[in-house]
Design a binder for this molecule. Structure first.
Ligand code: GAL
Length: 656
């Protein structure tokens, strides 16, 4: 069962450095135990300095040098940075922001996914690359573009998007009468007589019709899928079955990654734990404790959640991992000693096949000068490199087992995220925060989770969590009703139709019988005004979102003012409010135990993930801890006593 050996990689920019450094760099990577190198995602201007004038000679030499040194190359299409001559040729390819301003040339991602002329240009450069390097033995994998949607670029409010959106609406609704009905346009006389009258939902006097926005987001996802597919088709033609990836992001909801990942072999994502901790502060609970305790290691659940999210879509790699301080967050601290190593092991614990670090050497010019690399500018190793070396050394000694399915599934839904954003109600309702809170509660009890989409198979799970699946389809209700699993839904679940309207009877009846609760009114609150609530002997608080309604099943817990907190129906339960950490941990513990899932009394900030016959422990807290004695097995890395940023791996006996 122990037969899997993950690898490491690094992002490298040969075009940034004199050629006489390349060989030395390649040697340095190999010496550190690195196996993969990702190149070329921003180098279009070097490949094609003028329209139709190609120069791949430098890339030939770079590939020869890196590959010849023993590295496997991930070659990227350069379409995230169209050159200036191309933009000048087709200025309307530039994206337009929500305020109607054209986004200028001068950084990156300056294009609209809907511009058909730009897609043709992308096909042309991809064809050149794939034809030249598809069969190259050193090129072992591909990446399309770079971070779709980064810098708010998933959506462009441009003319090409508007025309294609009209067509998309016509395909979806067929007649204007059907659209008018689905959108409820009679409200404020917003009706149309033809699809040609429909504008984009920006720059309206007050908010646009939320379904108009919702459909525009659905459309935007399909545009990205098409854009990506255009490149994939060409790469496959020349590169056979070499895997194709795209690098997704963390805390990102502008488009639905699932249909994009469905066409890829590998879903990679870019993991910057300290940057994310800082940027997530706006949505954090206000006591600031997590930020203080984890300033230099990051949120103990944020990376893990995204690993689980993307491994639910395809094979998982981390294409970029923070190697030291970054430059783009509100504050950019130095990671704790050992953190780069621990993040790598956290990723391997969650099935990552490769962890690749961004970047090899710090760049002394342009936008990211303050971003660390594994090497300093003067070619001295930066502290991250020693940790990467250590990871590789450890990987050569410990091989991991294949992951089995988890007992717990958490249903994550991009459409629910969009709906809750478009429907506000409490300004503090932030979908990912709720999902993370529930995910965290399971991890605090020692559980491992599969994050799945609403259309994914739910067979074989013992516990299914549905934090705010705003629209629960009839198909999902049907499947939930038949599962053997215990279900914990809510809050804010089942409260909208697919067309973003209130269901006739407020909540779908099928869901009501599952959860024993029928919502009638919402008490939407500021996070700073919580309400006392208790569950068993835990006293805590709920905040942001509470639901009033009819308890059709049993009432298991309530708030201090007698509004419901938790109900029970025939096969599941409903959380009628958003509980704090202590309450949620206890509630999840009871559900795990009732579902027959082992729970552990985990010290704060200690996390574990089971990967086959290995338990991989990572520790994020500031004080020293001891792994509870209830975990028994053979230590294959580290030991029972842990301090911040430590990793321990224990081999256990598992029954098949
Ligand atoms: C990522 C991006 C990289 C680099 C990095 C800096 O979002 O893909 O190109 O900018 O951030 O942390």
């Amino acid at each position: 069962m122990s037969d899997i050996r993950p690898e490491t990689g690094v992002c490298y920019y040969p075009e940034h450095w004199p050629e006489d450094l390349w060989e030395k760099d390649a040697k340095g990577m190999v010496e550190a135990g690195i196996s993969w190198v990702r190149i070329a995602e921003f180098s279009w201007i070097k490949m094609e300095p003028e329209d139709g004038v190609y120069d791949f000679s430098w890339l030939d030499r770079a590939i020869e040098t890196l590959g010849g040194a023993g590295l496997k190359i991930i070659l990227c299409t350069p379409t995230a940075t169209p050159p200036k001559w191309l933009v000048d040729k087709m200025p309307d390819m530039l994206a337009v922001d929500e305020d109607g301003q054209t986004r200028h040339y001068g950084s990156r991602r300056h294009y609209s996914f809907s511009h058909q002329g730009y897609i043709k240009e992308c096909e042309r450069i991809t064809e050149q690359l794939a034809r030249r390097y598809g069969a190259n033995p050193y090129v072992a994998a591909w990446q399309t573009d770079n971070e779709y949607g980064c810098h708010d670029t998933a959506i462009s409010w441009c003319e090409s998007a508007k025309l294609r959106f009209r067509q998309w609406l016509e395909n979806r609704y067929e007649t204007i009468e059907d659209l008018t009905e689905a959108w409820g346009t009679i409200f404020w006389s917003m009706s149309y007589q033809s699809f040609d009258q429909i504008e984009l939902p920006n720059m309206t006097v007050t908010e646009a019709n939320p379904i108009h926005n919702m459909d525009f987001r659905r459309f935007a996802t399909e545009e990205i899928v098409k854009f990506d597919q255009a490149q994939i088709r060409i790469i496959r033609k020349y590169s056979g079955d070499k895997p194709i990836s795209h690098n997704f992001m963390g805390d990102f909801n502008q488009f639905n990654s699932r249909p994009v990942a469905a066409n890829l072999d590998i879903a990679t994502w870019d993991s910057y734990p300290l940057g994310f901790l800082q940027n997530m502060q706006k949505n954090a609970r206000k006591d600031g404790k997590l930020e203080i305790d984890c300033l230099r290691v990051g949120d103990p659940d944020f990376q893990a959640f995204h690993h689980d999210l993307y491994r639910g879509m395809a094979r998982l790699w981390i294409m970029e991992q923070q190697p030291g301080p970054v430059n783009w967050a509100a504050y950019n601290p130095i990671p704790a000693k050992g953190a780069v190593r621990m993040w790598s092991w956290e990723a391997f614990a969650h099935d990552a096949e490769v962890v690749s670090y961004f970047r090899w050497r710090q760049a002394p010019f342009a936008q990211e000068q303050m971003h660390a690399g594994l090497m300093y500018r003067d070619n001295q190793p930066a502290p991250g490199l020693a940790e990467v070396r250590q990871v590789n050394d450890e990987l050569s000694k410990v091989s991991l087992s294949k992951t089995q399915k988890s007992s717990i599934a958490l249903i994550h839904d991009y459409e629910a995220d969009w709906m809750s954003e478009l429907d506000g109600q409490s300004e503090d309702f932030y979908y990912l925060r709720l999902v993370l809170d529930m995910y965290r509660a399971v991890r605090q009890n020692g559980g491992s989770v599969d994050v799945i989409g609403p259309d994914d198979n739910i067979d074989g799970y013992k516990l299914i969590l549905l934090p705010s699946v705003l629209h629960v389809s009839d198909d999902l209700i049907n499947r939930l009703s038949k599962t053997e699993a215990l279900i914990l839904a809510g809050p804010r679940t089942g409260l909208k139709t697919k067309n973003f309207q209130l269901p006739d009877r407020l909540v779908n009846d099928g869901l009501v019988s599952i959860t024993g609760f029928k919502t009638t009114r919402i008490d939407a609150l500021p996070a700073r005004l919580p309400i006392k609530a208790s569950y068993k002997n835990i006293e805590g608080e709920v905040s942001i979102w509470r639901e009033e309604g009819e308890v059709t099943g049993a009432l298991l817990a309530q708030c201090a003012d007698c509004m419901p907190l938790l109900t029970k129906g025939n096969i599941g339960s409903y959380l009628c409010a958003w509980p704090d950490e202590a309450l949620l941990k206890e509630i999840c513990k009871d559900f795990m135990l009732s579902a027959g899932i082992d729970c552990y009394d985990m010290p704060a900030y200690l996390r574990v993930r089971q990967r086959g016959e290995h338990l991989i422990f990572t520790y994020y807290g500031p004080d020293e801890v001891s792994i509870p004695l209830s975990f028994e097995g053979e230590f294959v890395l580290g030991g029972r006593e842990m301090k911040q940023a430590d990793v321990t791996i224990m081999k256990i006996a598992v029954s098949d």
